[in-house]
Design a protein around this ligand. Sequence first.
Ligand SMILES: [Zn+2]
Length: 71
Amino acid sequence: MRCERCQGCMIRDSFVDLRDDTGRVLFEGWRCINCGEVVDPVVLTHRVDVPAKPYRGQTRDRRTWERLTAV
Ligand SMILES: [Zn+2]
């Protein structure tokens, strides 16, 4: 796995998270041995959840949108 920040090598690592906002205490993630960037499962989930996908095809064609909302 490559670091998105510096393209360095990332290794699997375990982290202890003291923030209690997610209720997570110990989690597995990736750490860049070059710049120290940390990618944890929560971050990956957020990245997957925010693609530019949902609006494609629905707002592009106005007639399709009007047909969908007219019902
Ligand atoms: Zn890095």
